[in-house]
Design a protein around this ligand. Sequence first.
Ligand SMILES: Cc1cc2nc3c(=O)[nH]c(=O)nc-3n(C[C@H](O)[C@H](O)[C@H](O)COP(=O)(O)OP(=O)(O)OC[C@H]3O[C@@H](n4cnc5c(N)ncnc54)[C@H](O)[C@@H]3O)c2cc1C
Length: 348
Amino acid sequence: MDAGVLVFADLSSGELDDAGRGILAEGQRLASTLGAPWGAACFAGAPDEAYEAFKPYEVPQILELQSDRSDGSDASAGFDLSDYPLAQAEALAAAAHVAGAKVVLLAHTDLGSLLAPALAARLQGALFTEAVSYSREWAGLTLRRQGLGARVVEQQIWRDPPAAAVPLVLTMSPRALSSVVLSGTRPGEAVRTACSAPLQTSGCGARVTSRVPPDPQTVDVSEAEVIFCAGKGCDRETFDALCEVAKLVGGSVGVTRPVYDQGFAGFERMIGQTGKTVVPRFYLGLGISGSMHHVGGIKDSKRIVTLNIDAKAPMFPNSDEGFVADAGQVLPRLLERVRERARIKGAA
Ligand SMILES: Cc1cc2nc3c(=O)[nH]c(=O)nc-3n(C[C@H](O)[C@H](O)[C@H](O)COP(=O)(O)OP(=O)(O)OC[C@H]3O[C@@H](n4cnc5c(N)ncnc54)[C@H](O)[C@@H]3O)c2cc1C
């Protein structure tokens, strides 16, 4: 296999998720930008149906990575590659060698951010993490990422990609990924090839014993998936109702400057220019006028829904969906509905 670009697709959940689809599409684009062949690598064990999702990206070849125990112990003892991140990095490095990869591309997810540095160390390669964009220029591949809460853009150049002696391990920020395929792509079946790496559990470092999802109540609001944000149009009672709704549906609470100033929430919950930049899948703003200082911090959210009593509030043009209503009336009714659903779910 000759893959100038090797894309790691995570199938640990048994299917290709949004980040997986996004990174495959990005691999296709990067290979086209570099004029290089490409392929994908994933850990073996996913059901055959998971590979259906690769078809739209015209992936020429998929390397299925598996452990090949070389410590003399019984393989049936249950060595599970997914428990050992360093073993995963080892297997991925072996795949990069097999593929002759010049660039290994990963989504900057929890797993991708864990694997990338270990992989770069094993390949003795260059590492660039959380890229938001790249372009091919005369000097090489220009890579960009955001810094200081998205206030600055850092730029680095990986020189002469086709001839580079040092491979590049590149992670892309999930928020910069789009699963849209290149035009002209014809969906097709990829050739799947098994790829084994000799592994020894003794050299695998830390072992994952359990995975605990982040608590939406305490997770950093900049990493929250669902945000309920309160503006000055929410009084204390409405704000408390909003917090309970967020808790019951597994969302996180955010606030605007005036709500922080009133002491309803800590500074770490404030969203906007002075506060945090957020990129949730869903953002619901209640009683928020839509000043540029706040909107600047939410504009990359996937879906923005607004509720405001004033139909002319600037927040509406910045939203995907809007409701003209009184938050003080809507919140108690919403809370009732959510409590009822939670009761039904609890009883089931
Ligand atoms: C340098 C600088 C940095 C700043 N940084 C930030 C920042 O990081 N984050 C931030 O949020 N702000 C920031 N601000 C403040 C910002 O300019 C705005 O003042 C602030 O965002 C306004 O918050 P708000 O929308 O909650 O309040 P308001 O602008 O007062 O809007 C309240 C809204 O609630 C609506 N409303 C009232 N009653 C109801 C009701 N019963 N039901 C529904 N809607 C109702 C009103 O129609 C109105 O649109 C910054 C300001 C400066 C100068």
